[in-house]
Structures are given as structure tokens and as C-alpha cells.
Design a protein around this ligand. Structure first.
Ligand code: AMP
Length: 503
């Protein structure tokens, strides 16, 4: 059987066409209606000149029409290319010149500015607003749903997602139909998804988490998706009475914990809380369990690979760990020569499996540099494997600090700082230093900004736990850590701000 993601999802939606697939602003949309709309989107894209393999770039607010557009692009055999709604015109210029989309679907407010950039490269701009309306929807309204599906097969590219590019330019990760479908199957099995599930979907639709993990699992199993434009703790708590699963980034969970309405009672109907895309503090995990009686299930993935590991559905969900490899996925932790390190020792995390992407768009050398000869992908994450096979992430290798020739893993220092009284959270970075090469600097968010902890007291408090070279040389205060939309702390921003600290 050829694995075309669209035909697979279509077959599952068509099995019980009158079932609600999606709820948007309180309005149920059946599987049949979603497929019909996807067909109209496909017909409109084809009429706009989209041919198999052409990129359809999409930078729009989240809506039900965005879901139909994703499916329609797949049906037409296009390469779906979602873009973060936060990208500026200068960033979009780069993505457009790199990806050369045949069609770019944009917010009406940006259409005029984007048109020359897109048209110069032979494409055209269509619009979609936060309600899903615009020239794309108007065009689709008039079309008969496309009856055919492109002949794209398992190894053809279904989507390109640009990496967040914290070092250098973003790279377009090419994901095949089989990359996406194999990962969907592994996750359905690991998390026990069925058609009885109801997912609260509060993640963005331009990132692997909200787009593939959340949508594909539900569309493939017949689970219902309650699609929210954004995360709102009160709204999410209200919906828990009728839902079974929440997929979130760690900030969702800290915001839920800040809400007194999060209780055992309000979460009673939920069977699973999933977290990923950024590290979940062990403390958040523990506080959530205390409050609700439910252990958050943390998993680990990335744009290039989809999901790699997960804590178990049945069995210990270990705080601070991202669990075991998913079925069919191999994970190893290695030294700089690619040799596996001993259990509990820190090394580079490498991954192999049907989930691993086909390469970076138009960058064969960069692609080759990220793979070992035996096919393992070098993730750039550092971690440890416990003797019983639980993976823990200690950070990105580029965030590793080398101070006076010694390696300092920021997470080890952050864990100590986060436990100190008066510290809400922290980020530890390396800052250029004339003697040490790099010096350890802690950026701290005080629990109470009116009486922040004293710098020398914080440094003194790390003395028992950390060797001198790991202790922060300076402690800087901030009201909030810079985070991207997926909740990841932007350490490159912090390094920029503090780079001149030591002259
Ligand atoms: P992205 O490609 O934007 O999804 O970012 C992927 C990166 O996010 C990974 O390489 C990790 O560094 C980080 N990440 C994802 N999930 C987790 C997790 N559960 N714990 C720690 N880091 C994570």
C-alpha cells in the first residue's frame, strides 16, 4: 500500500463521515464537511497553478479553514510550508526567496507587502484572515471539491518546516508522507488514542507539535479536535469537562498551575496531559501531580524528526525525563567520535528511524554534515540514558558552556538555582570572559519582583552543590525570560544582551 498521508486520513474521516472531526468556535464540523472543504481548497490551489511538488507557503492565524487548507494542499500534492505568524517581513523575504512558493496564503494585512516578493519568484498571494475568510476561501467556495488525489507516494515530500534557526539561518526540513504517517502511527500506539478521545488543541498550527502530532493523530483515529485560536487557562479548564487529552508546551502547565480552578475535580474527565517542545521542570511535573492526581506525560521531538521518545502511558512517567524511544525509532547517546557513552553519562543524542526527515531543502552539504555514516541523525541535543532506558535532555550542544576548559551543562546549574528560595526560574548562559573564555552567568526571574534575591547570596547558595567553575560569576535579574511561541527560552537573545558583561 502506498502511504499517502492524505489518502490515509481521508479513509479514516470517510469511515464515519457524520462524526464531528473538529469543533471551531463552538461549531461542530463533520469529517465529511472537512473533506469537502479540503477538496475545494485543493481545487482552488490547482486552479491557481499549483503542481505536485510546488510549495504552498502559509502564514495565517489559526482557524478551521487552516486545517482544511493543510489537507487540501496534501490532496493536491503540494508541499505544505507553514510559517510562524511572528515572522517579520525581512524574515519572510528570506523564506520566500529560499522556498519559492507557487502560492503564499497570508493574512490580508500583509498581502500587499508580500505580493511583490512572491510574484517576483513566479508565485501569487492569496489571503486568509483569523476567521478563515479571504481570497482563498472565496475562490474555494465556487469550486467543486477536487475528486482526485495526487499520486504522491511515501517518499515524496509532504511538508517543509523551517527550523527555528537560533544559530544562523533557518533551514527547511523536508518531511515525507511516510515520515509523518509512521510517526502518527507510533504515537497513536504509544498514547493509546482512539475515536473516543477529545483533544483540546491550543497549540499553533505552524509547528510540528500542533500541526502533525495533534492533527494527524486525531484525524487518523476519529478523535474529536476542539480547535482553539490560542491558549487561555480558564477556557482550557472549562473544556476539560468534555475533553480527554491536552497537548501542551510547558508554559501551558505553569499557567494552568497558576489558576486556582485547576483541581482534581476539574481535571477528572481528562485521561492524558502531554508536554513537549521545551523542557518541563521536574517541579512543574510534581506540582501538577499534587494538584490533579495526574502525571504529565513528557515527550521529546523536533522539527527534523517529529517525535522521538515518550514517557509511557502505563508505567512510570519520570519527572525530568523524556522517556523511551517510540516504536521503530532508535536513540543513542554518543561521544564526539560517535561511540555510545556509559549509562548516565552525558553525550550527544542521535536518532534513526522512519520519522527522520529527508534532508534540508536545497542544502545537501548541511544535510550530509548532520548524519552519521550509519544513518543516525545528529540532533544537536545533549542527554543521558539511564540504566533502565529513560532519556533525559540536558540542553542543546550549542548552549554548552566551556569555562576555563571545563564543560558546564546549563541545566545542572539551573536545577540548583530553581530550587533556591526567591527564584521562580532561571536560564544559565556562557558569556565571553577574558580569563575563562566563557563565564557562567545566571539570569533569574525572582518569585517576588519587589524583593529579588541578592546576587552574592545566590552565588553563595550554589557553593555546596556546584564546583567553583560551574557557579555563576554573575546573577542578572529579569522579569521574564525571552521565549519563542513554543515556550523555548531563547538563550541566544540572553547571550546578546549580556555579551559585554566582562568587558
Ligand atoms: P523544534 O524543532 O522547534 O520542535 O525544537 C526541537 C528542540 O526542542 C529539540 O531539539 C530539543 O532541544 C527541544 N525539546 C523538544 N522537546 C523537549 C523536551 N521534552 N524537553 C527538552 N527539550 C525539548
Amino acid at each position: 500500500m502506498t502511504t499517502n498521508l492524505f489518502t490515509t486520513l481521508q479513509a479514516s474521516l470517510a469511515r464515519e463521515p457524520e462524526r464531528t472531526a473538529l469543533v471551531w468556535q463552538g461549531r461542530p464540523i463533520t469529517g465529511a464537511a472537512l473533506l469537502e472543504r479540503a477538496g475545494q481548497m485543493a481545487a482552488e490551489l490547482l486552479a491557481q497553478g499549483v503542481e505536485p511538488g510546488d510549495r504552498v507557503a502559509v502564514q495565517v492565524e489559526k482557524s478551521h479553514e487552516n486545517v482544511a487548507l493543510f489537507l487540501g494542499a496534501l490532496q493536491a500534492g503540494a508541499v505544505y510550508l507553514p510559517l510562524n505568524t511572528g515572522y517579520t517581513m525581512a524574515e519572510l523575504d528570506y523564506f520566500i526567496s529560499d522556498a519559492e512558493p507557487r502560492v503564499m496564503v497570508a493574512d490580508p494585512a500583509n498581502a500587499a507587502a508580500l505580493a511583490p516578493l512572491v510574484e517576483q519568484r513566479g508565485g501569487r498571494v492569496l489571503t486568509m484572515d483569523a476567521m478563515g475568510r479571504g481570497t482563498l476561501g472565496d475562490g474555494a467556495d465556487k469550486r467543486q471539491p477536487a475528486s482526485s488525489v495526487s499520486s504522491a507516494g511515501p517518499d515524496d515530500i509532504a511538508a517543509i518546516l523551517y527550523t527555528s534557526g537560533t544559530t544562523g539561518r533557518s533551514k527547511g526540513a523536508m518531511l515525507s508522507h511516510d515520515n509523518l504517517w509512521s510517526n502518527t502511527q507510533a504515537l497513536i500506539q504509544t498514547w493509546g488514542f482512539t475515536g473516543d478521545d477529545v483533544l483540546i488543541h491550543a497549540l499553533p498550527l505552524f509547528h510540528t507539535h500542533g500541526l502533525f502530532v495533534a492533527l494527524d493523530i486525531c484525524l487518523a483515529t476519529g478523535a474529536k479536535i476542539i480547535l482553539l485560536p490560542k491558549f487561555d487557562a480558564d477556557e482550557v479548564i472549562d473544556l476539560m469537562a468534555e475533553a480527554t487529552v491536552l497537548m501542551g508546551v510547558p508554559t501551558f502547565y505553569t499557567r494552568l498551575l497558576a489558576n486556582p480552578r485547576l483541581t482534581r475535580e476539574t481535571t477528572r474527565h481528562m485521561r492524558l496531559f502531554i508536554s513537549g517542545s521545551a523542557p518541563l521542570l521536574a517541579e512543574t511535573h510534581e506540582r501538577f501531580t499534587e494538584r490533579t492526581g495526574q502525571a504529565i506525560l513528557e515527550r521529546y521531538g523536533m522539527t527534523e524528526t517529529g517525535m522521538n521518545t515518550s514517557n509511557p502511558l502505563d508505567g512510570e512517567r519520570r519527572p525530568g525525563s523524556v522517556g523511551h524511544p517510540l516504536p521503530g525509532v532508535e536513540v543513542r547517546v554518543v561521544d564526539s567520535d560517535g561511540e555510545p557513552v556509559a549509562p548516565n553519562e552525558i553525550g550527544g543524542i542521535e536518532v534513526k528511524g522512519p520519522n527522520v526527515f529527508k534532508g534540508y531543502w536545497r542544502l545537501p552539504e548541511k544535510t550530509a554534515a548532520e548524519f552519521r555514516e550509519d544513518g543516525f541523525f545528529i540532533t544537536g541535543d545533549l542527554g543521558t540514558l539511564s540504566p533502565d532506558g529513560y532519556l533525559s535532555i540536558v540542553g542543546r550542544d550549542k548552549d554548552l558552556i566551556i569555562s576555563g576548559g571545563f564543560n558546564v551543562y546549563p541545566k545542572e546549574v539551573e536545577d540548583i538555582l530553581n530550587d533556591l528560595p526567591g527564584v521562580a526560574e532561571s536560564a544559565v548562559i556562557g558569556v565571553p570572559h577574558p580569563d575563562f573564555g566563557e563565564a557562567v552567568v545566571a539570569v533569574i526571574v525572582p518569585s517576588d519582583t519587589s524583593s529579588p534575591p541578592d546576587e552574592s547570596a545566590v552565588i553563595a547558595a550554589t557553593r555546596d552543590a556546584l564546583a567553583a567553575y560551574k557557579r555563576p560569576k554573575r546573577v542578572m535579574l529579569t522579569e521574564a525570560l525571552p521565549r519563542n511561541t513554543m515556550g523555548k527560552v531563547q538563550k541566544s537573545e540572553l547571550r546578546k544582551v549580556h555579551q559585554g558583561l566582562f568587558g
